[in-house]
Design a protein around this ligand. Structure first.
Ligand SMILES: Cc1cc2nc3c(=O)[nH]c(=O)nc-3n(C[C@H](O)[C@H](O)[C@H](O)COP(=O)(O)OP(=O)(O)OC[C@H]3O[C@@H](n4cnc5c(N)ncnc54)[C@H](O)[C@@H]3O)c2cc1C
Length: 509
């Protein structure tokens, strides 16, 4: 199909409710009057013109619908530009591999892997949309090995509306664009996030990493019955050492610190086997060493009964490794979970966890509550490796010296429980960063440990710690000023806006 299809709201169209909600069931676009499903870039430009003409600044862009906050689906949303029907993947001899912004992590992986033997070092959860994910950074299990997805992004096709009196236009921007403004617009898409500058229709990559041929997945579960603050500290030290190791970029760890009500905490480590490598050799160098170190952990020895956990459908004892083809490994770790109500917060760390933070973690992860906290967790991921070889201002993402990335997560089903779950995650986070003013603010951290937050894990609460500018500084650091200049040039009317979008005409230095 070409152009776009407009779906005006009707009481009888069975599709309509599904257009108005995404992954987070807290958000619903209850006042939306029209959804524009776009099939190509020209159609997107035409849809944008009509929508802005009718609904002004209450037009939102939607790809996969996985935004953590209500930037797309809110009570103010009157029209939605839905790009999800544009999901092609291919190769352009001049501009390289391309992916349409309506694809998902899973569609992109399948096409790049199958057709070219290439991969994005992006997130794994299958249903996340490329529209928001890539331009916000795109970080995943291959990022220590290959960097962030935006580190590979060489061009963007985007529909801009930089003049209210002229039609929206489709432009291709890259670092080789003749015009400085266009180079800046390209740069802003290297982590500056969706919903800020225009409607992205296509991403381009002159080159991409080769796909690994296999992966070992090692998983260790520790039963909460043996966890004390000291045991937790030891496990976190082990995990931080793994993330700090300069010789293991092929290894990526996810440490899911589930609330005690869940029963256990789980560490998963992927070890990639690259093309032309012998898996047995990789196993003996990296995996056996890892298992030795795990075996020596007192915390591991403490686990009297072998905890069991399920990985890829098999029931396995704790601290177990299996070898998979790379496709299987991706399939095993690509779950997005149920659509539920959720709240998220993030933090980067350059060093490990001081004991006072471990104690705060222990307190909130073992706290009893009126509600079931078994689905709540703090996820600690390894960061660094190749990511930290890139300069802080080369992309919009300044965090290039951290080794850990944290994601606080609360999930629940019923609206009546909102206050309990929001209270749990807010109290946990504020106490973790009490020494730096309630957020991981690097400007307040004499120990040079915390390094702000990740825009792809947006958290509206951050605006309460010094306003919008302070919140955006946590995401973008010293790159914020350049992002504001780009915003002023390309969206001076602030058509693309949200609670945490880059502001127009606001203290540009
Ligand atoms: C289950 C789950 C797992 C995740 N895992 C990871 C992970 O492993 N790594 C990681 O880095 N992140 C991860 N994320 C975060 C994810 O990258 C962001 O939520 C991302 O913004 C989602 O993009 P989307 O297109 O699905 O969402 P949407 O809600 O459609 O969009 C998100 C934002 O981008 C804007 N946007 C969407 N499409 C476009 C477009 N075409 N042009 C311009 N702006 C657009 C929207 O207006 C909105 O502001 C995860 C999120 C979820 C829910």
């Amino acid at each position: 199909m070409k152009g776009y299809t407009k779906f005006p709201i009707t009481a009888t169209d069975t599709r309509f409710p599904s257009f108005l909600q995404g992954f987070n069931r807290r958000w619903f676009a209850g006042c939306c009057e029209a959804v524009y499903v776009c099939y190509d870039a020209a159609g997107t430009a035409a849809a944008l013109d009509e929508a802005i003409g009718l609904y002004g600044k209450n037009v939102k862009i939607k790809s996969g619908g996985h935004c953590y906050e209500n930037f797309v689906f809110s009570g103010e949303t009157q029209a939605i530009i839905d790009v999800s029907a544009m999901n092609a993947c291919g190769y352009d001899p001049e501009k390289g591999y391309y992916l349409d912004s309506g694809g998902t992590n899973w569609s992109a992986f399948n096409s790049l892997f199958r057709d070219y033997g290439k991969v994005l070092p992006a997130g794994s959860c299958y249903s996340v949309g490329l529209g928001g994910h890539i331009c916000g950074g795109g970080y995943g299990l291959l990022s220590r090995l290959n960097g962030l997805t935006v580190d590979w992004l060489t061009g963007v096709e985007v529909v801009v509306k930089d003049d209210a009196d002229k039609p929206a236009s489709v432009i291709y921007v890259s670092k080789d664009s003749q015009n400085k403004d266009e180079q800046n617009l390209y740069w802003a898409h290297l982590g500056g996030g969706g919903g800020n500058f225009g409607v992205i229709t296509r991403y381009f990559f002159k080159d991409l990493p080769d796909s690994p041929s296999a992966a070992f997945l090692t998983q260790m579960s520790i039963d909460w019955s043996v966890i004390t603050p000291d045991v937790l500290a030891q496990l976190l030290d082990f995990f931080t050492a793994l993330a700090n190791d300069p010789d293991n970029w092929r290894q990526f760890g996810i440490f899911a610190l589930h609330h005690k009500a869940h029963g256990e905490i789980v560490m998963t480590i992927q070890t990639a086997v690259l093309q032309h490598e012998d898996p047995e050799v990789i196993k003996s160098i990296y995996v056996d060493h890892l298992l030795d170190r795990i075996g020596n952990l007192a915390a591991y020895k403490l686990t009297s009964k072998p905890a069991v956990t399920s990985l890829g459908g098999f029931i396995q004892p704790a601290a177990h490794t299996l070898q998979y083809t790379f496709y299987e490994a991706v399939q095993n770790l690509n779950g997005s979970g149920f659509n539920q109500r959720g709240k998220y917060k993030s933090a980067y760390m350059r060093k490990g966890f001081p004991m006072d933070q471990v104690n705060v973690m222990y307190k909130h992860l073992t706290q009893t509550a009126n509600v079931d906290l078994s689905s709540c967790l703090l996820q600690v991921d390894t960061y660094g490796g190749k990511i930290n070889t890139i300069a802080s201002d080369a992309t919009a993402i300044p965090q290039r010296s951290s080794v850990l990335k944290l994601q606080y997560q609360a999930y629940w089903s019923l609206e009546k429980n909102d206050a309990d779950y929001l209270g749990w995650i807010r109290d946990f986070y504020t106490e973790m960063y009490a020494a730096t003013g309630g957020t991981p603010n690097p400007e307040c951290d004499a120990s040079n440990n915390v390094d702000g937050c990740y825009f792809n894990y947006p958290d509206s609460d951050l605006n309460e710690f010094g306003g919008l500018d302070a919140a955006l500084k946590l995401y973008f650091g010293n790159n914020l000023n350049r992002l504001k200049q780009v915003k002023q040039r390309w969206d001076p009317n602030n058509y693309f806006n949200s609670f945490q979008s880059i502001p127009v005409g606001d203290n540009i230095i």
